[in-house]
Design a protein around this ligand. Structure first.
Ligand code: GLU
Length: 502
């Protein structure tokens, strides 16, 4: 290994929103750099100019910031290598390719796609690796075509020997000579391939450790040979296990959202995402599931990463987010709730409304998994309600009208509008009406929140101004009566009916 501080990088391609797989790789690189007092950098692998887009560069940068992964060098920070975008360094890659051509370690290849396909077909027939026959053509043929101004690719001339290296995760890895073809380094338009750009950058930026997804394992012998041909020492490699969905298949869109952005927008806390992602192939110890950045830094090592695939389970992530929300102090939660409610309502709640929220906040906190759950759960406190029609049909049968009437009468008797008094009144009502809680209280819940799922009933009533609660119960009674009247029978859920019912 190289001497001095460890230097690691994450090298996403800005061809889409930052993927959770890249986030997990970034996190492991970052943890290792921080654990060892080293350097972590973000490099933008945008050699594919047609598919790269600046909005994805922004998404990458925002995503890492949100997660709390800071970087010492790289895009937006700059450094001795400018912006750390490969598109800024095409000249450098061409120069390296020329050096290798001059030293005989690489060659121009002018063969047509058809000629190459013939060679591949032969390899297939003989059950050899696809690039088996794609080897160096005679130099004289190349020279004359180059002189004639033809454009060709530059291929690396792979030496005929196996490549062995020790991977921090996978142990000893060996690739036979046949498995490594004369890969293209420079395309005929002069643009570099991933193999060339990535290897040159890893050398120029003095990268000591490359931790990346196992899907890139077969690229590594090429990078090692290229590094050696350039007279440099290759970095230590760690190939991280792939991410699978809960069904044991490779993670893909079919398992739900796979961009970090979707989790940011869906109301996850960065601390929870950090914690969960760091468990994808690693663990702090066999018993600890919930831990923070500092703890992870203290014990992280790439050699402890597991070989077998890691399961990305969005349900578990949501559960963990709930754990983090419940562990917040009440002041922080209230601030978060106000923001969430503001986003949901599209306006700032006034002081009176904040007061209502304060009554309910502890109960909301216990029940919230995602920040975006807060707005819908608290909406009934701030504006008129719309009935969830499914809940209404389930709960608001004609008999519910009697329960609502009894509840309203009982609540009218309440002196101070407090949770305790409301509870006493509604329990008394159940007893005198001979109703169970479901029959007696669910209608009240639907009447005041519009839904059969809500924060606890007594607190919800207490959080509402008394007159609002009473008006809602009366309105629901009327709606039950209207729905049951012969005038509407047969058409209970038409749009016209809904409009007249609110
Ligand atoms: N741009 C490559 C990727 O995102 C980088 C791979 C590497 O780390 O070398 O897969």
């Amino acid at each position: 290994m190289k001497s001095g501080r460890v230097r690691l990088r994450i090298a996403p391609s800005p061809t889409g929103y930052l993927h959770v797989g890249n986030v997990r790789s970034a996190l492991f690189n970052w943890l290792y750099a921080r654990r060892n007092g080293g350097v972590f950098m973000i490099r933008i692998d945008d050699t594919d100019l047609a598919r790269s887009d600046d909005r994805y560069v922004e998404d990458i940068v925002e995503g890492f910031r949100w997660l709390g992964l800071d970087w010492d060098e790289g895009v937006e920070v700059g450094g001795p290598h400018g912006t750390y975008r490969q598109s800024d360094r095409f000249e450098r890659y061409r120069e390296v390719a020329e050096v290798l051509v001059d030293s005989g370690r690489a060659y121009y290849d002018f063969r047509s796609a058809d000629e190459l396909e013939t060679l591949r077909a032969r390899a297939r027939r003989e059950r050899k690796a696809p690039g088996y026959y794609i080897r160096r053509p005679s130099d004289s043929a190349s020279r004359s075509r180059l002189a004639a101004g033809e454009r060709g690719v530059v291929r690396f001339s792979t030496p005929d020997r196996p490549v062995e290296f020790r991977d921090l995760v996978r142990g000893e890895v060996r690739f036979e000579a046949d498995a490594i073809d004369d890969f293209v380094m420079l395309r005929s338009d002069g643009s570099p391939t991933y193999h060339l750009a990535s290897t040159v950058d890893d050398i120029d930026y003095r990268i000591s450790h490359v931790a990346r997804g196992e899907d890139l394992l077969s690229s590594t012998p090429k990078h090692i040979l290229l590094t050696e041909a350039l007279g440099a020492e290759h970095p230590v490699y760690a190939h991280l296990p792939l991410l699978f969905g809960p069904d044991g298949r490779k993670l893909s869109k079919r398992h739900g959202d796979t961009s970090l952005r979707s989790y940011r927008e869906a109301g996850y806390l960065p601390e929870a995402v950090f914690n969960y992602m760091s468990l994808l192939g690693w663990s702090l110890d066999p018993d600890t599931e919930i831990f923070g950045q500092e703890e992870a830094i203290q014990s992280f090592d790439l050699v402890d990463v597991q070989k077998s695939p890691a399961v990305f389970n969005p349900e578990k992530l949501a559960w963990m987010n709930g754990v983090y929300i419940r562990s917040m102090n009440s002041v922080d939660f209230a601030a978060l709730a106000v923001d969430a409610i503001e986003a949901d309502l599209g306006r700032v709640p006034d002081d009176d409304e904040r007061g209502r929220l304060a009554v309910l906040a502890p109960l909301l906190q216990e029940r919230t998994r995602l920040i975006t759950d807060i707005g819908p759960a608290a909406r009934f406190l701030f504006s008129g309600i719309t009935y969830d029609e499914k809940a209404w049909r389930k709960v608001m049968k004609p008999a519910a009208e009697r329960a609502l009437d009894a509840a309203r009468t009982a609540l009218e008797e309440v002196e101070a509008w407090t949770t305790e008094n409301i509870e006493v009144a509604l329990r008394g009502m159940l007893a005198s009406e001979g109703l169970n809680a479901r029959k007696g209280w669910q209608p009240v819940r639907v009447a005041i929140t519009g839904s059969n799922i809500s924060p606890p009933l007594f607190e919800s009533l207490a959080a509402l101004p008394r007159d609002v609660a009473m008006t809602r119960i009366a309105a629901a009674q009327q709606r039950i009566v209207r729905l049951a009247s012969p005038e509407y029978s047969g058409f209970p859920h038409t749009e016209a009916f809904k409009a007249s019912a609110t």
